[in-house]
Design a protein around this ligand. Structure first.
Ligand SMILES: Cc1cc2nc3c(=O)[nH]c(=O)nc-3n(C[C@H](O)[C@H](O)[C@H](O)COP(=O)(O)OP(=O)(O)OC[C@H]3O[C@@H](n4cnc5c(N)ncnc54)[C@H](O)[C@@H]3O)c2cc1C
Length: 301
């Protein structure tokens, strides 16, 4: 198949770009293996007009909107191969589909490293979170833990104090530096350094944090500070330059990477990691891609 644009990733960034490109009557293929970053969450917060909608419903409605555009098609498949060629990029998906796309947009997201704590997966996305901008507002007045090893959890806890009054930092068997312990004291935040044994809760709601030694801690929510990595190795394999955090570097006006014809949108660039920003970057990249085609075909300078 020969298409104008291959969009790899069908989260908010990829679907937003597909919508704009479909409205420009470009032939677009969206390939997505449906591992959107916020799929464990029940509600999107901070998205104008969509507050409280489930991520699954939000994306389903986005896909349905795209189906109205004849030039856009979607596949639930992972793109596994890609290399630059004379006409753009040659690609192949794990389901056997292959072709050439004149331009490629990588909207492949990032993957969060969830702490390895027994009980966490049943609570993650409902009462265990990592992003204060996404979920901090909901916890005002509630007892909440800040989890992270070394100084990381303590620094998160200090920032959380702005949103939430009752914070206990859990450093899970690791030491916090004397300077940061002093800051915790200044902010009136308690510290538990014992190794965490298990998280307990029901229907997604955290109730207790159990430690290897010492009393249980009663909490209704927990935020953690760990790391994250790219959702796909395609940016690296294609030679995109990345910043010190691992985010793909893009042109501020076009979202084009350092590889000509290859664009990124959404969390891949590790700018502001919110749905609203992913949607905006997808739209911005789509307009830049369409402009490149208009210039190529003599419709504008
Ligand atoms: C638990 C949680 C809750 C969150 N809550 C909020 C919130 O309330 N409000 C908010 O604004 N933000 C929230 N976020 C952040 C939000 O999820 C992200 O900012 C947003 O999903 C980024 O969109 P994206 O399109 O860049 O990436 P994603 O939504 O992660 O989509 C990327 C897609 O690309 C696919 N993909 C990757 N590689 C390939 C490949 N090679 N081939 C095919 N497909 C591929 C993935 O499977 C995935 O479907 C939350 C994040 C988490 C983890």
């Amino acid at each position: 198949m020969n298409i104008d644009v291959l969009i790899v990733g069908g989260g908010p960034a990829g679907l937003s770009a597909a919508l704009i490109l479909g409205r420009c009557r470009r032939t677009v293929l969206v390939c997505d293996d449906r591992q959107q970053r916020n799929r464990a969450s029940k509600e999107i917060h901070g998205l104008l007009g969509s507050n409280g909608r489930s991520p699954a419903q939000f994306l389903q409605e986005g896909r349905e909107e795209l189906m109205r555009h004849e030039s856009v098609s979607m596949r639930q498949a992972r793109v596994t191969e890609m290399e630059p060629c004379e006409d753009g990029f040659r690609f192949a998906c794990e389901d056997g589909v292959s072709g050439i796309a004149a331009r490629v947009l990588l909207a492949t997201g990032i993957v969060d490293e969830i702490p390895d704590l027994p009980g966490i997966h049943a609570l993650y996305g409902v009462s265990v979170h990592h992003c204060l901008y996404c979920d901090g507002f909901e916890y005002a007045g509630q007892p909440v833990a800040a989890y992270g090893k070394g100084d990381k959890g303590a620094e998160l806890g200090i920032m959380m104090k702005y949103w939430i009054d009752d914070i206990v930092v859990c450093s899970d068997g690791t030491e916090v530096s004397a300077a940061v312990v002093k800051r915790l004291e200044q902010h009136g935040i308690s510290l538990r350094t014992e190794p965490v044994r298990e998280l307990h809760g029901a229907r997604g709601i955290l109730s207790t944090i159990a430690f290897e030694n010492g009393p249980d801690l009663s909490r209704t929510g927990m935020f953690f500070s760990t790391g994250c990595h790219q959702g796909s190795d395609l940016p690296l394999r294609l030679g995109c330059k990345r910043d010190e955090k691992g985010g793909v570097i893009t042109d501020a006006l076009t979202e084009e990477t350092t590889v000509p014809g290859l664009y990124v949108a959404g969390d891949v660039s590790r700018d502001v990691l919110l749905v609203a920003v992913a949607i905006a970057e997808g739209a911005k990249a789509a307009v830049a891609i369409n402009k490149a085609f208009l210039r190529r075909d003599g419709f504008c300078n």
